[in-house]
Design a protein around this ligand. Structure first.
Ligand code: ADP
Ligand code: MG
Length: 635
């Protein structure tokens, strides 16, 4: 319990103590025997009422003066003040005790609610307790000191012992070990690392000791970025939540109006004024939508927590809601469905050109590009890259690169690049991605490269179809042959190839236009390399986090930490479960309320104020317990 909750608890206990004493005095008939007994009783119950509920009254008043009166505080204020006000109707039974009790129970309910929210928050942050609070810094003299990770400069040497969490992102200088990345990615198989491997903060070093050179400051580390994402996520409002406040704005005046109507009309139907007013008040107490106001955000909070345990970061509850309605998913190919690690299949040199020369030009021209193709070409080049020779590098998105290498103008890229540079080139019959290489207007030949399908790509597409996603579309800038081969093997419904980055936006816009006015939504999944505009345009943008691709993490609504496309189906299942629970709570809470409201009508008159109080607290408790199911992850 936090301070605020403890304060509320103490207030409730004090008020309850006084209330019980007064109730005993009342039952013993003490008040009746006194002169002006009713008025003494009035004051006697007013004291615990005010102790327990002064803040509710203040909030209601605040709402009235700020022209947003219609919330549960107003309902509680009217109902309880009304109960006390019955004292002014001489022939009515006094209801001061009920007025005080209603307020007391209402506050017990809110205490429980705030406790449940806090507990969920804590269980998420426990689970997200992935930021270690120290790093073993290696000094110049080889001495090891424990310091705060935030004090470690980029490029420092740190040691991570077996059993410790990696405090900062870095590269392994020496040592060999297995890393448990499950807290970050949900992946249960440990990752083997050795010299030269990149390690991410937040993983647990399981077996060996590692010496690491840090590559980021603590505030930019993977761990901090994840924590920030999760914290921000739980603050953003969902459309469902807005639905609740919109709903309250319509609902409250209707309920207040109906209550007035009951109070005014029933006397003409032959009921006593006090009976009619009492019914109206019971009606008001029951109508409190607090069960919804609390349980809806709690459900989303739980859903986001459950997803993050699987390595799926959802940036806000509205995206969870949108995801639950997705029926069309478009995928980028390279880096999303395929690994993005290309191997060289063949080198076709034109005329008498030396193959190694061809490769060398390509590798030099690609040396500054971050595209998966470029990284792979550089990696497969066996020679040394001389960075001094490279100049004027220009990346032409969706086409390739141009650069000056050793004073020669070099173009490396696809057919489109060659055409735009009016460069003659040869086609190739092999299936694969083709890199044409031209130097000073002369065609040197082409390199055919290919990458591997991700292990779970097929499972991902099948899983989505099984989950009821109607259309899967593959959008790629690659050649038709490659696109058809990959798409065909995976069983994608629709394949579009040779797209420029802006064509992908157009393609997604077409999909969106097809959905105009219909229920389903469109998601786009990309690896973030020049996909940012598409990620933003789709209803739901899902990025392969790639553990560090900033552009992707920024632009996307949902980030898959372990780059596994099969997690999308998992995310959809979590989203649907969350929304199902939200809807259950809405139907259940309103259902129970309508029944008690009807029972409270004077012609039926079964429900009294006590039942109303228990009804409200009970519904809230059940809705909260139901909402907490969202946090549970099914495997
Ligand atoms: P994808 O849609 O598969 O992610 P991109 O839009 O990133 O592909 O690129 C489309 C095509 O443009 C690639 O298949 C390749 O032919 C060419 N291309 C893009 N960047 C480069 C590069 N750095 N070097 C060579 N070719 C490139
Ligand atoms: Mg791509």
């Amino acid at each position: 319990m936090n301070k605020k909750q403890k304060k509320l608890r103490n207030r409730i206990l004090v008020a309850l103590g006084i209330f019980i004493v007064m109730e005993i005095l009342e039952v013993a008939g003490v008040f009746e025997s006194l002169p002006y007994g009713v008025w003494i009783e009035f004051v006697a119950f007013l004291i615990p009422y005010l102790i327990a509920g002064y803040d509710v009254l203040a909030k209601a008043w605040h709402g009235i003066t700020h022209k947003q009166p219609f919330d549960e505080n107003l309902l509680m204020a009217i109902a309880t003040i009304g109960a006390f006000a019955l004292v002014f109707f001489p022939e009515a039974e006094p209801h001061m005790a009920e007025g005080a009790a209603v307020m007391l129970f209402y506050q017990v309910g809110s205490l429980f609610e705030s406790y449940a929210v806090g507990k969920t928050r804590k269980s998420i942050s426990d689970m997200m307790d992935i930021a270690p609070d120290f790093a073993n810094l290696v000094g110049e003299d080889g001495e090891i000191t424990q310091v705060d990770p935030f004090e470690v400069a980029v490029g420092s040497k740190i040691v991570v012992k077996a059993g410790e969490r990696v405090p900062l992102d870095g590269i392994v200088l020496s040592g060999q070990s297995q890393l448990d990345t499950s807290a970050l990615t949900g992946e249960s198989v440990p990752r083997v690392v050795e010299e030269g491997a990149e390690v991410i903060s937040g993983c647990v070093n399981m077996t060996g000791m590692l010496t690491i050179e840090t590559t980021s400051a603590a505030e930019n580390s993977t761990v901090q970025r994840i924590l920030e994402l999760v914290e921000n996520a739980s603050e953003k409002k969902s459309r469902s939540e807005n639905f609740i406040s919109r709903f309250a704005r319509v609902y409250t005046p209707i309920v207040v109006g109906l209550a007035l109507l009951i109070a005014l009309i029933c006397p003409f139907l032959g009921f006593s004024i006090s009976k009619s007013v009492e019914s109206a008040l019971v009606f008001l107490v029951v109508s409190c939508p607090c069960a919804l106001v609390i349980s809806v955000p709690l459900s989303f909070f739980g859903g986001i927590g459950a997803a993050s345990r699987q390595g799926i970061l959802v940036k806000g509850s509205s995206y969870l809601e949108a995801l639950s309605e997705v029926d069309t998913i478009a995928f980028d190919k390279t880096g999303t469905l395929t690994s993005g690690k290309f191997g060289v299949v063949a080198v076709h040199a034109h005329g008498g050109v030396d193959k190694d020369l061809l490769l060398s030009y390509a590798a030099h021209a690609e040396a500054y590009s971050n595209h998966p193709i470029a990284l792979s070409v550089v990696e497969s080049y066996s020679g040394v890259i001389d960075h001094d020779k490279i100049d004027n590098v220009e990346e032409i998105s969706g086409k390739g690169v141009s650069a000056t290498v050793d004073e020669h103008r070099v173009f490396v890229g696809n057919d489109k690049l060659m055409e735009s540079k009016e460069q003659l080139y040869h086609n190739c019959k092999l299936v694969g991605t083709i890199l044409h290489v031209a130097v000073d207007g002369e065609y040197l030949g082409h390199i055919i490269i290919a990458d591997m399908m991700k292990d779970d790509a097929k499972e991902a597409i099948d899983g989505l179809h099984a989950a009821g996603v109607k259309t899967t579309v593959m959008l790629t800038g690659d050649r038709k042959e490659v696109a058809d081969a990959v798409g065909g093997e995976l069983g994608v419904d629709e394949i579009r190839s040779q797209l420029m980055p802006q064509d992908k936006v157009t393609a997604v816009e077409e999909l969106l236009a097809n959905h105009e006015g219909m229920k389903g939504r469109v998601a786009f999944v990309g690896d973030g390399v020049n996909d940012a505009p598409v990620l933003m345009r789709a209803d739901v943008g899902i990025a392969m986090g790639g553990m560090g691709s900033d552009a992707a993490i920024e632009a996307a609504d949902i980030v898959l930490m372990d780059d596994k496309p099969s997690n999308i189906a998992k995310a959809i299942r979590i989203a649907r479960k969350t929304l199902r629970i939200v809807k259950q709570n809405i139907v259940f809470a309103l259902g129970v309320k309508v029944v008690i409201m009807i029972l409270a009508l004077p012609m039926i008159g079964i429900a009294n104020m006590w039942l109303a109080v228990f009804g409200d607290v009970g519904v809230s408790v059940i809705a909260i317990l139901n909402a907490m199911r969202c946090l549970r992850v099914q495997k």
